[in-house]
Design a binder for this molecule. Structure first.
Ligand SMILES: Nc1nc2c(ncn2[C@@H]2O[C@H](COP(=O)(O)OP(=O)(O)O)[C@@H](O)[C@H]2O)c(=O)[nH]1
Ligand SMILES: [Mg+2]
Length: 597
């Protein structure tokens, strides 16, 4: 985050920081003379080093969309800066660190030059942020924004912390959930935010599991307690604790807060309100934590990630090395054994695909039932009342006008909330299911690695960060409702040629038919968008799994077959590669023991 050259660097403890830095330098050095491609690891190690040298502690606010994450951050900053709304707004991770005056910089995925906020050209900073980080200003991340860095003079930030606002999981914008998962490796600790209505969901518990796996420290907050009376607060806190306890080592400490009341109190300078909102306690805990444990937590977080990188490298080297040591016949047999285990993997992949297809059908059935229910209620609430007008208004033009007016109002009133409601039901089902499948596929992929490791007597260690996530989204969500497409030509014709009474009857029949059609079109709109979303995300998921498996198999085969090349080419010098692998491995193992020692 180079916009903000805060005071945080001064907080790094040179002793502890230097040793991890030494290890990073050491690991990169180990890779120098190696023959195989490890550019991915080098990149990862370099970015870890950057985090270490800036000494910035990254604290992310994580949770489902609309739990009040951006509001909480605004309260902590004492500034109504980050966009908040009742609709999902935050689409892009926003990093906020200390700067003596307000600044903001937008970084792009495309490699385009970053854009800087300038108060002369961009209006307020809030306007500027709206343009880049919200779904409204930057739908589906059209601008290809990677992240936004804000510099802010808030006191808390002087503690050497970077606060991160994240898009929540679980909104209808699939890329938001992906971003919420992808940001985890960049964080050192989390504030996990839940609120009472609705209570914590399965999707959030899945997310929390992943957060716990990747981050050494998590704080728990129950927001929006201003909705609850004293008894309800106790019940909500107890319920949340019961849900969280099985995932944690013990019962969690959960702070009840109202971020909104806290923000209001803070902006109005009311100390009492700040305290009552629970925000004073949050601020105090954070300041205490940062003062006492920040450095240690940062080191822990980076250590975990360095270890992952070393583990993956060691496994590859050991595998090649052990393969090189084997007599040719034995080597061929083991490679054959690895290959012959692949059809099993393939079969499991196909079985997983069948289960997935079955699950997709089940969700499609749920969608079908939901939309049938919407249709039924739409009939009762929109179509049946029209009969009253048909029976009571004798004037044909008047009837036409009133019925059209009525439909123009009642259709959006009914359907506007129905679309997101059904989408949420389907989305929660689909996300939970895909998370389950993701876990199973990861197990399958890890089995390939385990298998290779076992065949070549290599020790296996599971990685702590996962590669990719597939979640459910509604593609090209169309918020336009079908309101009216009544045929004016038919009207004119009927006026000209038909008798009054007959024309009235025809008009009623036509209005009935048009209204029925409008209802069906709107129901179909909901069902069509969601059905496509389901098909697309499930297909994407299957393709992803196939690709990841393919990659894992290829990498392991390449590691084994290094030795096969030697076998095929007996005359060539084999001591060289073996020596280099040995040296590389020894070097990495030394770094690992330093890391853990
Ligand atoms: N009643 C109440 N509403 C809140 C509170 N915190 C946030 N909200 C509201 O919840 C909605 C979502 O907040 P936002 O911060 O955008 O949530 P995010 O999606 O998690 O970032 C907004 O309308 C906020 O005003 C709170 O403590 N109490
Ligand atoms: Mg937000």
């Amino acid at each position: 985050m180079d916009v903000v050259n805060g005071a945080e660097t001064g907080n790094a403890q040179p002793g502890a920081g230097a040793s991890l830095d030494d290890i990073l330098t050491g690991v990169l050095g180990c890779l120098d003379g190696l023959d195989f491609d490890c550019s991915e690891q080098v990149q990862g190690l370099n970015s870890l080093r950057e985090r270490l040298t800036t000494g910035q502690f990254r604290l992310a606010v994580l949770g489902q969309f609309k739990r009040g994450k951006s509001t909480l951050l605004n309260a902590l900053l004492g500034d109504n800066l980050l966009p908040t709304d009742i609709l999902p707004v935050t689409a892009i991770p926003t990093f906020i660190s200390y700067a003596p005056s307000l600044s903001a910089r937008v970084y792009y995925n495309s490699g385009a030059e970053p854009s800087d906020f300038s108060s002369a050209n961009d209006g307020s900073l809030a306007d500027f942020l709206n343009r880049y980080v919200t779904e409204a200003g930057n739908p589906d991340n059209l601008h290809q924004v990677d992240r936004v860095a804000i510099g802010h003079p808030a006191k808390l930030l002087q503690q050497g912390v970077v606060l991160i606002d994240t898009p929540g999981i679980g909104s209808t914008h699939r890329h938001n959930t992906e971003v919420a998962y992808q940001v985890l490796p960049q964080c050192d600790a989390a504030l996990f935010l839940v609120s009472p209505d609705p209570p914590i969901t399965e999707v959030e518990l899945e997310y929390l599991k992943e957060i716990r796996r990747q981050l050494p420290r998590t704080f728990y907050l129950l927001n929006k307690i201003d909705y609850l009376n004293a008894d309800e607060r106790i019940a909500s806190l107890r319920f949340l604790a019961d849900q969280l306890t099985p995932l944690l080592e013990g019962a969690p400490q959960i702070l009840p807060i109202s971020a909104r009341k806290g923000l209001e109190a803070c902006l109005a300078g009311q100390q009492e309100g700040w305290k009552e909102s629970g925000m004073q306690q949050v601020e105090k805990n954070l300041i205490d934590f940062l003062a006492r444990e920040k450095q240690q937590a940062l080191q822990e977080s980076i250590r975990l990630r360095i270890r992952d990188q070393i583990d993956a490298l060691c496994m590859r080297l050991e595998l090649s090395l052990n393969a090189l040591k084997l007599p040719e016949e034995e080597l061929k047999q083991r490679i054959a054994a690895f290959r012959s285990s692949l059809p099993d993997v393939e079969r499991e992949k196909l079985a997983a695909r069948d289960v997935l297809a079955g699950d997709l059908k089940r969700i499609e059935k749920l969608l079908h039932d939901e939309t049938a229910d919407v249709q039924k209620r739409a009939k009762a609430q929109l179509l049946v009342p029209l009969e009253g007008f048909f029976g009571s208004i004798a004037d044909t033009e008047e009837l036409e006008r009133i019925v059209r007016g009525e439909l123009a109002q009642s259709i959006p009133r009914f359907f506007a909330p129905e679309m997101p409601r059904v989408a949420t039901i389907i989305q929660q089902e689909a996300t939970a299911l895909l998370a389950l499948h993701q876990r199973r596929s990861n197990e399958l992929i890890e089995r390939v690695r385990q298998n290779a490791a076992e065949l070549f007597d290599v020790s296996y260690r599971a990685p702590s960060a996962r590669e990719s996530y597939t979640t459910f989204s509604v593609p090209s969500w169309n918020n336009d409702l079908f309101i009216s497409d009544m045929d004016p030509l038919g009207q004119r014709l009927s006026r000209k040629f038909l008798t009054r009474k007959f024309r009235h009857r025809r008009t009623i029949a036509r209005l009935r038919e048009e209204a029925r059609k409008l209802v069906s079109q709107n129901v179909e709109q909901i069902s069509w968008a969601l059905r496509r979303g389901l098909e697309e995300s499930f297909r994407h998921f299957s393709a992803d799994l196939a690709e990841q498996l393919e990659k894992t198999i290829a990498a392991n085969r390449a590691a084994m077959e290094v030795a096969l090349d030697r076998s095929a080419n007996r005359a060539a010098e084999t001591a060289g590669p073996e020596l280099r692998l040995k040296q590389g491995l020894k070097c990495l193992q030394e770094q690992l023991s330093q890391l853990e020692g």
